[in-house]
Design a protein around this ligand. Structure first.
Ligand SMILES: NC(=O)c1ccc[n+]([C@@H]2O[C@H](COP(=O)([O-])OP(=O)(O)OC[C@H]3O[C@@H](n4cnc5c(N)ncnc54)[C@H](OP(=O)(O)O)[C@@H]3O)[C@@H](O)[C@H]2O)c1
Length: 260
């Protein structure tokens, strides 16, 4: 596929450029400042373009001009605290709006199923389903990186007939030389794969402590593993069975956590 990587100069974006190109996809890197993009990655791209990912028209031009049929949305600023402002809702909406608009153009005003853009959006672990009830996991987590609670609902509103989206919901991601790389990762959804109820015995706070430790110790993975998963799924194009679904990393069944 021809895939636009938004935020290609970020940590996950760089890993996506490497994995997508290694999987024989043609990569168009969207960055804010091409001068800061490493030449080693630039050499692996069909094009490197400078654009503002908050701008729907600039993303649509990139998709149109480079005949992209896929997009990874790894750009934007994710603040830690609830009172910090973020451009992520704008970047999210601009990506989905542009993907929908370009698909509509390609179908002369209607969106044909095989002309849709395949989109991988990124949120975080809080958007996975709780294993205990019909809440999302963030109900049991501290209010860290809360912006995804704003961006995620915009996906649910977007029919997959308009944009063939999926959403990756990782906890922490680390470089491949980090010790978490020693622990195998599996991807699945809508709940965290191989969830463990380790701390439920703690009165009142058990679910909250369990959710936090699952994110910290069982869901932490590497940028490369997430990027590889996306690249391999792009190999399936619009036929991917996980269109419209959320996916998160977890330890393989029986796998140990790196923490305890
Ligand atoms: N890192 C983690 O452990 C983790 C965990 C869970 C979820 N996530 C999510 O994964 C996504 C990627 O994370 P990351 O760690 O790779 O982020 P990152 O390293 O901060 O990269 C974000 C990239 O977005 C670019 N960007 C920001 N605003 C932009 C704009 N208006 N137009 C174009 N590009 C823009 C930045 O460009 P510049 O290079 O010019 O600054 C940067 O390259 C985020 O949504 C994050 O919330 C990350």
């Amino acid at each position: 596929m021809r895939i636009l990587v938004i935020g290609a100069n970020g940590r996950l974006g760089r890993a996506c450029v490497a994995s997508l190109s290694a999987n024989s996809h043609s990569v168009i890197a969207l960055v804010r400042d091409a001068a800061n993009f490493p030449p080693t990655l630039s050499d692996r791209c069909a094009a490197v373009i400078e654009a503002d990912a908050r701008n729907k028209d600039e993303i649509a031009s990139a998709l149109r001009d480079h005949r992209c049929d896929g997009v990874v949305q790894a750009g934007g600023y994710t603040p830690f605290w609830v009172w910090q402002t973020s451009n992520l809702p704008l970047v999210f909406a601009a990506t989905l709006d542009a993907a929908e608009a370009v698909a509509r153009e390609r179908g002369d005003g209607v969106i044909l199923p095989d002309k849709r853009i395949r989109a991988w959006m990124i949120c975080d672990l809080g958007m996975m389903d709780s294993p205990w009830d019909d809440k999302l996991l963030w109900h049991y987590l501290p209010p860290m990186f809360p912006i995804h609670r704003t961006t995620f609902p915009t996906l649910a509103e977007r029919p997959t007939e308009a944009v063939a989206w999926s959403v990756m919901c990782p906890a922490m991601m680390q470089p491949s030389d980090h010790k978490v790389a020693a622990y195998e990762t599996e991807f699945g959804g809508p709940t965290v794969p191989n969830w463990r109820d380790t701390f439920l015995w703690i009165p009142l706070l058990g679910k909250y402590i369990n959710a936090f430790f699952m994110g910290w110790a069982y869901m932490t993975t590497t940028y490369d593993r997430v990027a590889n998963f996306l690249a391999e799924d792009f190999n399936r194009g619009l036929d991917s069975p996980i269109v419209g679904q959320k996916v998160g990393p977890g330890r393989v069944a029986g796998g140990k956590a790196f923490w305890f």
